[in-house]
Write a protein that binds this ligand. Structure first.
Ligand SMILES: [Zn+2]
Length: 424
């Protein structure tokens, strides 16, 4: 077993110093409340890692911040000029698997950033793994927030950007959300767009399919099945969404990982991890891929009532792409199934000004696309396509803004009608 305290004391310090400086192609990080600069060393054979993070807190009004980190690492060393006081305890919410670090922040001087540092290491999964996604072994390193492998803001809703420098031996296929660089000792991921999670994968053995708008990494034990259909769906979705979005596009290059696992598909921006697709059909693949890619334009608050916009728009854009690729009959049959799934269900309205909760599944993924279809029928396909393009250009976040757009592109009467549909 490596001595992680020594690694922390020496190795990580040198890792930080040896990190290659960005050249002319230095990524520009969009503004997010948190920026993470990380040096992480992976020991895949031992299922272990060592990490040093500098977290830049860019909210000047914040007095305290709680970070959640996997308790398998023991207690992390927390330091930095932004830390005025620290208390730490196991989080009862996660059955002791997560340790909370409550930090009183040094007051911000004239709006300046606060800096908090974490250092820790050890085996990430000392006990048998029950999470479907998170893996740290010689075949694959795939980590998401579910494993709390990095100190995660316990508000669970704070956007972050990240510059992650990874030290690892050997050749891997590196898949990330933003730019990925090969470095002398490993890989560097620059996640420049604000997101909730730091998402990347390292695959030791995968079959790569590269095209203009996307790369597929087939990481299955027996690769190949349904790859033609998957490529067709990616081709169809990127072409359709790029054309429809006009000046709001094009999509950044998508990275798709195909895995063997039966569940645990997810997407983080244009990084999409698929469960085994062997049993998927053309329509299902189109829906999933187009829906996930369409989230590139989603900017409504995902934790509240406005999330109906994120999911409803993404889902209906995917259905429009299906109509384009597979024809009206397939599209109509799909919308008819939505209608069946809703019949007899007692559901709240899609949106009304007094709602405070995130809508239930059937509202976001079934009722919302149906109300958009009704709007399309009322406006006509051409005017509706213009409306959807404006939604993508403006990255509409709230229902009042969406209603204003309906009025601007149609009429006050259509706006009132649509608002009434949402409140039904
Ligand atoms: Zn979605």
């Amino acid at each position: 077993m490596p001595n992680w305290q020594t690694l922390l004391a020496t190795g990580l310090a040198s890792l930080c110093l040896n990190a290659p400086a960005f050249g002319a192609d230095a990524p520009l990080y969009d503004d997010a409340p948190l920026h993470y600069i990380g040096s992480v060393e992976f020991k895949p054979d031992a299922g272990a890692m060592g990490a040093g993070w500098t977290v830049i807190v860019k909210e000047p009004d914040l007095d305290t911040i709680d970070f959640a980190l996997n308790s398998a690492f023991g207690t992390a060393i927390v330091s930095g000029p932004g830390v005025q006081a620290l208390t730490t305890r196991l989080d009862p919410q996660f059955d002791g698997a997560v340790r909370l670090y409550s930090i009183d922040l040094t007051p911000s001087m004239n709006g300046s950033d606060r800096v908090v540092k974490f250092a820790y290491g050890g085996p990430l999964f000392p006990e048998e793994l029950t999470l479907p996604i998170n893996t740290l072994n010689a075949n694959k390193i795939e980590l998401t927030v579910d494993s709390f492998w990095f100190p995660f803001d316990a508000r669970f809703e704070t956007d972050l950007t990240a510059d992650l420098n990874i030290r690892i031996d050997g050749d891997w296929s590196a898949v990330g959300v933003g730019a990925v660089y090969r470095t002398p000792r490993g890989y560097r991921f620059a996640q420049d767009a604000p997101a909730l999670d730091i998402a990347f994968s390292l695959l030791s053995n995968s079959v790569k399919v590269m095209a203009d708008g996307y790369v597929i990494h087939d990481a299955r034990t027996e690769p190949g099945a349904k790859m033609t259909e998957l490529s067709a769906a990616l081709e169809g979705c990127t072409t359709y969404l790029n054309a429809l979005s006009g000046p709001a596009g094009p999509l950044p290059q998508a990275s798709v990982i195909v895995t063997d696992r039966p569940e645990g598909g997810y997407s983080r921006g244009t990084l999409i991890a698929l469960t085994d697709i062997e049993n998927e059909d053309e329509e299902g693949l189109h829906q999933f891929i187009c829906h996930e890619l369409a989230h590139y334009w989603s900017k409504a608050n995902a934790g509240g009532p406005e999330n109906w916009i994120n999911e409803g728009i993404a889902d209906y854009l995917a259905n429009m792409a299906i109509r384009d690729a597979m024809g009206t009959d397939v599209f109509d049959a799909r919308m008819a199934r939505y209608s069946e799934q809703l019949s007899g269900e007692a559901l709240p309205p899609i949106w009304s000004p007094d709602l405070t909760e995130r809508p239930p599944y059937l509202i976001m993924y079934r009722a919302a696309p149906m109300v958009l279809q009704a709007l399309e029928q009322r406006m006509g396909e051409v005017a509706f396509a213009t409306f959807m393009q404006r939604v993508m250009i403006d990255r509409v976040r709230t229902t009042p803004d969406l209603l204003a757009l309906v009025e601007a592109l149609s009429s006050a009467e259509t706006r009132d009608w649509f608002e009434a549909q949402l409140a039904e």
